[in-house]
Design a binder for this molecule. Structure first.
Ligand code: NIG
Ligand code: FE
Length: 408
């Protein structure tokens, strides 16, 4: 007997194929021991619902999608950067502020002086925004510590957020900015990350992957290459902030390391697209950062599509370039700013987001055997998820088969 059976529902399974959204109208879905045990047309159920499951939940014709996967966030950090926002509105650029010692460095100072508890508390508040829009898996990066102690403090704080009924994947991003104490010796910092920080973080199991900021104001492709080799040697997956503000050929480098994803990609060139296609590296689109920095060059969506590169969409929630805690707004922006279809946007926040985290066998679609992570929405069509801005659409969030109250 199943544990729970949802009926009177329409399913957007997001299984790729001929049917838009992998839709099953008038469908039903069942969970047992936290996994999806049955999915299909309600008419094909092998008996009367009450005889099949301990609990039957009627959905009033709601739509059920996979729980959303926000595959790129910096949810854990100290302070905020509202002052920097004001400076940018007065004409200062993101790069100028960074070079003057503001930007990421100011968040590093605030994060170093925060306790783990303060970090968990402020991140938990941001996480609520994600959960209220159906997120069941979220990736969280370090990168505002830039020393072993603070990077571990961030990653441990991120791990504690799993208590909110959400799957957390953690990524070490120590190559995010050069810490002030290494201003005169960047080689020594890169060495420290590769030889000490990555091994210690991997040994604690505090991260699943390593990331870096490959940019003129971040790290060179050679520096990233060196740290990625260390990360791979310690069993971590890799992913990269690539081609956000300029073309550093980071995506091709990431692809050479078999990266799960290359993220941002506004300045990605044809060789980068080809390398990603060849390696199966997911393109993670971050329209919140594009919007907030008032960028004008869009990632090469048409070329990614033509090359068959999977495209994920994420919030990039962070204090500097994307103070965004709404995955649905990110989906909306991916349509309005990058011209994704609403179906691509939802796939980007489910199936392809899962792939960008290496979780494609467990989450991201509604298929028998996958984890029963569901988002149940009061909408008439799945395109509405990319259409509204700020509407309360979620009816129920289900994490590993358990209905989780959305309003705390
Ligand atoms: O994804 N670009 C680098 N990292 C972040 C921004 C970090 C910050 O400004 O605090 C991003 O855009
Ligand atoms: Fe980011």
């Amino acid at each position: 007997m199943w544990d729970t059976l949802w009926v009177d529902a329409n399913l957007a399974t997001m299984v790729s194929g001929a049917k838009p959204y992998g839709a099953i109208p008038r469908g039903a879905i069942a969970a047992k021991d936290g996994r999806i045990a049955w999915v299909g047309f309600a008419a094909d159920l092998p008996g009367r619902p009450e005889t099949l499951a301990r609990e039957v939940r009627a959905c009033d014709n709601a739509w059920i999608t996979p729980g959303l996967v926000d595959c790129h966030t910096h949810l854990v950090f100290g302070g905020d950067r509202a002052r920097e926002f004001e400076l940018r509105l007065q004409g200062a650029s993101y790069e100028e502020i960074a070079r003057a010692g503001g930007g990421i460095a100011s968040t590093v100072a605030a994060t170093r002086s925060a306790t783990k508890r303060e970090l968990t508390t402020s991140a938990a508040r941001r996480l609520v925004g994600l959960l209220h829009e159906g997120v069941t898996t979220v990736e969280i990066k370090s990168g505002y510590g830039l020393d072993l102690e603070t990077e571990l403090k961030m990653l441990r704080a991120a791990g504690e957020l799993a208590a909110s009924g959400v799957r957390i994947k953690r990524t070490v991003l120590s190559l995010h900015a050069l810490p002030p104490e290494f201003k005169e010796d960047r080689a020594a910092y890169v060495q420290l990350v590769a030889d000490v920080m990555i091994p210690a973080i991997a040994a604690e199991g505090a991260a699943d992957a390593a990331d870096a900021f490959c940019e003129t104001i971040g790290f060179t492709a050679d520096e990233v290459d060196y740290v990625f080799s260390a990360a791979r040697a310690h069993g971590l997956d890799v992913k990269l902030h690539a081609e956000q503000l300029s073309n550093q050929h980071g995506a091709a480098l990431a692809a050479r390391h078999g990266a799960l994803s290359a993220d941002h990609l506004e300045y990605l060139d044809d060789a980068g697209v080809a390398a990603m296609a060849e390696a199966g590296t997911v393109a993670v689109l971050l329209p919140g950062a594009f919007y907030f920095l008032r960028e004008t060059q869009s990632p090469p969506i048409e070329k990614l599509r033509a090359a068959g590169v999977a495209m994920a969409v994420a919030t990039d929630c962070n204090p500097g370039t994307s103070p965004l805690t709404s995955p649905l707004a990110a989906m909306n922006m991916s349509c309005t700013l990058f011209r994704l279809t609403p179906e691509e946007a939802l796939a980007g926040m489910t199936r392809e987001g899962a792939r960008a985290l290496g979780l494609q066998d467990d989450v991201g679609t509604l298929e028998v055997g996958k984890v029963a992570d569901l988002a149940i929405w009061d909408i008439n069509s799945p395109a509405e998820l990319s259409y509204w801005l700020g509407a309360l659409l979620l009816r129920e969030r289900v994490f590993a088969g358990q209905v989780v109250p959305t309003i705390e």
